[in-house]
Design a protein around this ligand. Sequence first.
Ligand code: NAD
Ligand code: LMR
Length: 331
Amino acid sequence: MGNKETKRFNVAVLGAAGGIGQPLSLLLATSPYVQRLHVYDVVPVVNGVGVDLSHINTPVQCKGFAGDLKDAEASAKTLREALAGSDVVVIPAGVPRKPGMTRADLFNVNAGIVAGLVEGIADACPKAMVCIISNPVNATVPIAAEVLKKKGCYDPKRLFGVSTLDVVRARKFIAEKAQIDPEDLDITVIGGHSGVTILPLLSQTSPKVELSDEEIEALTSRIQNAGTEVVEAKAGGGSATLSMAYAGYRFATSVMAALSGKSGIVECAYVPSDLTDLSFFASKVELGPEGAKSIVPFKDLSKFETEKLENEVKVELAKNIKQGVEFVANL
Ligand code: NAD
Ligand code: LMR
């Protein structure tokens, strides 16, 4: 399974005992790009998750680290131990949605969780690539940026909101329609990662897929609401975990491939950006050894996409970013 020639990296998963964390860690434990996998959570079972993973016959060295919510100081120390020496940190820690909730409803709990974990990153591995899965991504990424700024180690090239699942879904749904292999389809998804802020550019897929206006409207809406489709189907049992683990693994693999010196690695991600007047925006990003090498501009939007971008994406995203920034200012 492993490629002995591939450069390997130290990875930490925070929230590793959860619905996303476990399958994501499983995939990372089989990765030819991973040398050492530290799995951290605030529930004791994560120690067992680490032991379980450590029996897989790959060269990856896996270890569990359990924080303790009743002892903040001990938890912070364990977190720093888990993070020390990490090149890449992936964060799926936090509560998921239940039916009837929006991602914004998770803010009150997850904002503090992400802020605390990112403080740990600033202390223990300030040069790591930080990949945030915890929702609401539109606000947790600005929170991470503000915490890193306060700690004096903010590098906008090393901070990513993982919006890969939107691309994974867009590829799947459009490929089904076009009856082609999803892997052969390239789709850009811009904006953010929630509801109307998710804007798949269906006018510019490669290869070009001919869709009627009605089909574009219906597919755009399905991609925007795919997370809710899973939340409702799980009926109170959480949100997407397996498809997210796949998407998170895919994104982390691209980050590590670029770190190892491979060129031409491009993924959509929600990043600090100057493509629009918003400070964070999801678009294609070219990855390199230092993180985000360049933000790929989008072009030639259709009338439908332009209207969505101006009237829906930007309006909602501006509010989400402001909420994240203000949260850290008031800490
Ligand atoms: P889950 O409840 O199954 O797992 C979350 C884990 O985080 C739990 O094991 C919990 O103990 C842990 N945790 C809580 N506080 C922590 C802390 N301070 N430090 C470390 N770990 C902590 O939830 P899940 O289904 O894995 O979802 C996790 C998050 O990912 C949610 O916020 C969800 O909305 C989000 N999500 C994002 C995407 C995306 O596309 N970006 C997709 C799916 C889910
Ligand atoms: C998703 O897109 O599946 C995640 O953001 C989880 C959710 O709450 O929908």
